[in-house]
Ligand binder design. Structure first.
Ligand code: ATP
Ligand code: MG
Length: 189
């Protein structure tokens, strides 16, 4: 079974590309953003807590996020592989993921990095905000999220490089082109 991390800034296309990979390989997809938004929609206590962070463009605290991730992962059942989308977002989360998978006899097989210039990210997210209904897709919160990405999440690029797992691909151009670049990495694993 393969464990694949899809990585990139907000708006880099992680969700879109994950859906294409799910279709092609039959992998299961864990999007922590989707998990949290479902909790918010369901009005759970967890959702109420998550909302205060998300609407402010901040990250949910590591300890809570790690616990959520493990419970979703263990609930997946049999699968060819898992795509982690939106997790890890911090170095402690990456360390926790490594430990969690090791305990279950696995590892992260690849980190697929979507590289997109910042100006393009802002443009995409502002555009998405017009229809997404997401409270965090407005320009001020987008800038904050990109800043959080640069400070807390981008250090994972070196972390995964050091682990020998990092594969960077161009995250703009046609969806098919990007998908083909990701599939080439997966097929070579
Ligand atoms: P993309 O557009 O590439 O799918 P995104 O950054 O727009 O990515 P999500 O991944 O859906 O959006 O995450 C939305 C919000 O949920 C984050 O801004 C953060 O507040 C919270 N969140 C999601 N994953 C994590 C995580 N691993 N750790 C902490 N907070 C998280
Ligand atoms: Mg997403």
């Amino acid at each position: 079974m393969k464990n694949i991390v899809i990585f990139g800034a907000p708006g880099s296309g992680k969700g879109t590309q994950s859906a294409l990979l799910v279709e092609k390989y039959g992998f299961k997809h864990i999007s922590t953003g989707d998990v949290l938004r479902n909790e918010i929609a369901g009005g759970s206590e967890l959702g109420k807590t998550a909302r205060t962070y998300i609407d402010d463009g901040k990250l949910i605290p590591d300890e809570l996020m790690i616990e959520i991730l493990a419970s979703v992962y263990d609930g997946l059942g049999q699968t060819e592989g898992v795509i982690f989308d939106g997790f890890p977002r911090t170095i402690p989360q990456a360390e926790a993921l490594k430990e969690m998978l090791a305990k279950r006899g696995g590892q992260v097989d690849a980190m697929l990095e979507l590289d997109v210039p910042e100006a393009m990210l802002v443009e995409r997210l502002v555009e998405r905000g017009k229809t997404s209904g997401r409270a965090d897709d407005n320009e001020a919160t987008i800038r904050k999220r990109l800043d959080v990405y640069t400070r807390q999440t981008a250090p994972l690029i070196d972390w995964y490089e050091h682990e020998g797992k990092r594969h960077a691909v161009k995250g703009y151009g046609s969806l098919e082109e990007i998908n083909a670049a990701l599939c080439a990495v997966i097929d070579a694993l």
